[in-house]
Design a protein around this ligand. Structure first.
Ligand code: ADP
Length: 378
């Protein structure tokens, strides 16, 4: 089958009319970021923030139009909006006391309705091992017999395809809903499956949210006990919006001893507290260096900072994971240590953390299904 080209996609989008002006969305300059990867097509439609909900039919029409092209397997159109100066948050997140209701931006179906607990794994900054921790925890929860999904929301640097050892692209039998990828018994979705690693992507806040919503809403997650969301690093607007709008049951903060000292992890805590997402606890990663040859333990970054900080902040210390070559090698080669070497002390440590997370999730709800936040249609 001939591969669809960007030109063909744009030509077809030129037939989609924006009802307000009666003109097509391409000549209005609303279409950008067209990505064609095999038969999978993605693009964004720029709208004014006020018109997000009313433009949903246009987004849908654009997806349908492109989907009708021969050779197209899946289409993902996201609505994006420039924030106007008046809507932009002033200063740090702390200076915004208002707490908008959590809802889908396009106010449609609930996000991932079959998922019992959605848990964010977050960090104050990049490179602390957040993705490695997220993948190992997801697999450890699955090892305890639960149904688990892993959503790579780290759209700036999606690493879950590599860490989970998954290549290829998701299929979409009906052209609307994507089938998640799977490995080691868990379902996985990542922008990394849809977009070339080399493709430069410039993500603005609303676009991030829209992409995340689609990865929750337009993916056949089915019934899951837990979905682990590997969040983008940091505590900026995009992360705050996500924490607000995704119905999170809780958040886990990953931090290195250094990071704790630099207060980055505390910013993460504050962000979730501000939007009423329970922080289930903090994990100290690269806690100490365990020499692979002699087993000697060296506290390179001053191990233990997270434990005392957690106590001070009144949150649970979930556990510590050493800096160890085996953890790096297994996660970077697509064979996370929890599944490839389940007998090791590192795998045991991840499983203990996963147990604690599960206990916390179920403690408040007993056997009742989680009460999802109400979806507000705006
Ligand atoms: P983040 O998601 O915070 O950017 P990653 O999970 O991608 O961080 O980890 C960054 C690098 O550090 C990766 O190469 C990963 O394999 C490695 N790494 C993460 N945690 C550990 C650990 N405990 N011991 C050794 N290497 C680790």
């Amino acid at each position: 089958m001939a591969q669809v080209t960007e030109r063909e996609v744009l030509d077809r989008l030129g037939t989609v009319v924006e009802p307000g002006s009666g003109k097509d969305i391409v000549s209005l300059g609303m279409v950008s970021g067209v990505v064609v990867r095999g038969g999978n097509v993605g693009f964004s439609i720029e709208v004014s923030p006020q018109r997000g909900a009313e433009m949903e039919p246009v987004r849908k029409a654009a997806e349908d139009a492109v989907h009708a092209l021969s050779g197209v397997l899946s289409v993902t159109a996201v609505l994006t909006a420039h924030r106007t100066a008046s809507a932009a948050p002033q200063g740090s997140p702390q200076s915004q006391p208002q707490r908008p209701p959590r809802h889908g931006a396009q106010g449609q179906q609930p996000l991932a309705p079959g998922v019992r607990f959605i848990v964010a794994v977050a960090s104050g900054k990049g490179g602390v091992g957040k993705s490695t921790t997220a993948v190992n925890i997801a697999l450890a929860i699955a090892a305890a017999g639960h149904k688990v999904g892993l959503l790579d929301a780290d759209i700036y640097g999606p690493s879950q395809p590599r860490m989970m050892g998954i290549s290829g692209r998701p299929t979409s039998p009906d052209g609307k809903i994507l089938e998640p990828m799977q490995n080691y018994g868990i379902k996985v979705m990542s922008m990394g499956f849809l977009v070339d690693e080399e493709t430069p992507m410039i993500w603005r806040g609303p676009m991030v949210m829209s992409a995340l919503q689609q990865m929750l809403r337009d993916v056949n997650w089915g019934e899951l006990d837990v979905m682990i969301v590997d969040m983008p690093p940091g505590t900026g607007d995009a992360q705050l919006t996500m924490a607000q709008q995704v119905p999170l049951a809780g958040a886990v903060i990953v931090s290195t001893p250094q990071d704790i000292a630099l207060l980055d992890a505390r910013k993460g805590l504050n962000m979730f507290r501000k939007v009423d997402v329970p922080v289930l606890g903090i994990i100290e990663n690269m806690s100490y260096f365990l020499c692979p040859n002699c087993g000697h333990q060296a506290d390179i970054f001053g191990h233990g900072g997270a434990r005392s900080e957690a106590a001070r902040l009144g949150i649970e210390f979930l556990g510590e994971i050493p800096l160890h070559l085996d953890i790096r090698e297994t996660s970077d080669s697509g064979q996370p240590i929890v599944v490839s070497r389940p007998e090791t002390e590192h795998a045991v440590a991840y499983r203990a953390i996963a147990d604690r997370i599960w206990q916390q999730l179920t403690a408040g709800t007993g056997t009742q299904p989680r009460q999802a936040p109400r979806i507000v249609v705006q």
